[in-house]
Design a binder for this molecule. Structure first.
Ligand code: ATP
Ligand code: MG
Length: 333
C-alpha cells in the first residue's frame, strides 16, 4: 500500500490556503494509502514562537485536523518532536546536502528577507529536516501545495545521492518520493496582495482567511479583497491576479471548473463573484467549525490521539533510522 506523509507547522492560525492546498486533499487518501500527518513543531521554531501560544496552537491544530475529517485510526496523526528519529536523521542528511543547494531555496530567501534579525541555521536547514520527515516513513507521495515543490525536489536529490553512496539498485536505502500537488487550490494567494501566497505567518490579518474565522469575518474579508482594473471575470494570473485567485478559491471549494466560473460570472461585475466566493467558503468551512469546539475542549482525548500516533510513527521511523545507521557503518545500538 503506498505511503503518504505530510505536515504543517504550527507557526500561525491555519488558513484557507493550508486547507485547500493540503488538508482537504489528505482526507480521501486514507482510503487508499498508509497516511501519516504531522504537526511540525521543530520546523515552527525556525521563527520565534511564544511557548504558551505554541502549545495552545498545537492543540488547536490537532483539533482542526480531526474536525476536517482526518480519522485518527485510519491515519497516523502525531507531533514531530515526539519522534526523535526526525532530528537524528536530519543530522545525517545534513552531511549529504550542499550549502549551495540550500541557498537556492526560495522559501529561505523569502523568510530570511522577512526575519532579518533572526536568520538562524535552522531556517537555512529547514528543507533537510523536511527531507528526514518524508524519508523516515518510506513515503511514496507527499501531498503539499505548490510552494513546497522545490523542497520536494531537494528531498529527492538527497535521497538519490544517499542511495547511490550507500545502497544498491536492488536494495536502496530510501524510497524516492513524488509530490502530490492538487490541480486546483495548490497556490491560494493573499486577499490584500494577490501576487504573494496566503500564509498563516503573514502579518496582515485581512490577507488570509483562517479556518476558524466566523462567517461575517469571511464575508467582510472577501468583499474587501483587492481586485484588478476593469470588470472582466477572466482567469489570467499575470493581468488579473486578484480575480484569478477568487476564481481558484471558488473552483476549489465548489468543484466547478474555472471555465464554468468564467462563463457564469463574466459580465456581472466583481461584486457578484465576491458574494459567491464568500458563500462557498462559509459553506465549506461550516462543518469544520461545527465540529471544532467539542474536539478542542477534550485535551485528554487529544493527548490520547497524539500518544497513539507517536507510538505508531516511532516504530517505522526507528526501523528506517536503523537501516541508515547500518548503511553508514555505525555500531548497532
Ligand atoms: P508559514 O507562513 O508559517 O510558512 P504556511 O501557510 O506557508 O505557513 P506551511 O506550514 O509552511 O504553511 O505549509 C503547510 C502546507 O500548506 C504545505 O503543504 C503548503 O504547501 C500548503 N500551503 C501553504 N500555503 C498555501 C497556499 N497559499 N495555497 C495552497 N497551499 C498552501
Ligand atoms: Mg510555509
Amino acid at each position: 500500500c503506498p505511503v503518504v506523509l505530510s505536515g504543517i507547522q504550527p507557526s500561525g492560525r491555519l488558513t484557507l490556503g493550508n486547507y485547500l492546498g493540503a488538508i482537504k486533499n489528505w482526507v480521501p487518501l486514507s482510503d487508499t494509502h498508509d497516511c501519516h500527518y504531522m504537526l511540525v513543531d521543530l520546523h515552527a521554531i525556525t521563527v520565534r514562537q511564544d511557548p504558551k501560544v505554541l502549545r495552545d496552537r498545537c492543540f488547536e491544530f490537532i483539533s482542526l485536523y480531526l474536525a476536517c475529517g482526518l480519522d485518527p485510526v485510519k491515519n497516523v496523526l502525531f507531533v514531530q518532536s515526539h519522534v526523535p528519529a526526525h532530528a537524528r536523521l536530519s543530522w545525517v542528511l545534513n552531511c549529504y546536502t550542499q550549502m549551495g543547494e540550500l541557498s537556492r531555496m526560495t522559501q529561505f530567501k523569502d523568510k530570511s528577507a522577512k526575519n532579518v534579525d533572526n536568520i538562524n541555521a535552522g531556517l537555512f536547514d529547514y528543507p533537510v529536516l523536511m527531507a528526514a520527515d518524508i524519508l523516515l516513513y518510506d513515503a511514496t507521495g507527499v501531498p503539499v501545495g505548490d510552494d513546497q515543490k522545490q523542497h520536494l525536489e531537494l528531498t529527492r536529490d538527497v535521497a538519490i545521492r544517499f542511495n547511490n553512496a550507500h545502497g544498491t539498485k536492488e536494495k536502496p536505502i530510501f524510497v524516492v518520493p513524488e509530490p502530490m500537488i492538487p490541480p486546483v487550490g495548490a497556490r491560494i494567494m493573499g486577499l490584500q496582495d494577490p501576487t504573494a501566497k496566503m500564509s498563516k505567518s503573514g502579518d496582515a490579518e485581512t490577507d488570509a482567511i483562517y479556518l476558524l474565522d466566523p462567517p461575517d469575518t469571511i464575508t467582510r474579508k472577501l468583499k474587501r479583497a483587492v481586485t484588478d482594473l476593469g470588470s472582466e471575470v477572466r482567469f489570467d494570473i499575470k493581468e488579473k491576479p486578484g480575480i484569478s485567485n477568487l476564481m481558484s478559491i471558488l473552483a476549489a471549494t465548489t468543484g466547478q471548473s474555472i471555465d464554468a466560473i468564467g462563463a457564469a460570472y463574466n459580465g456581472q461585475g466583481y461584486g457578484k463573484l465576491k458574494g459567491a466566493v464568500a458563500e462557498a467558503v462559509v459553506e465549506c468551512l461550516k462543518p469544520v467549525q461545527e465540529r471544532y469546539q467539542a474536539l478542542r475542549a477534550d485535551e485528554a482525548g487529544l493527548m490520547r490521539v497524539l500518544r497513539d500516533g507517536a507510538a505508531r510513527a516511532q516504530l517505522k521511523a526507528d526501523a528506517t533510522l536503523k537501516r541508515v545507521h547500518e548503511a553508514l557503518g555505525f555500531i548497532p545500538e
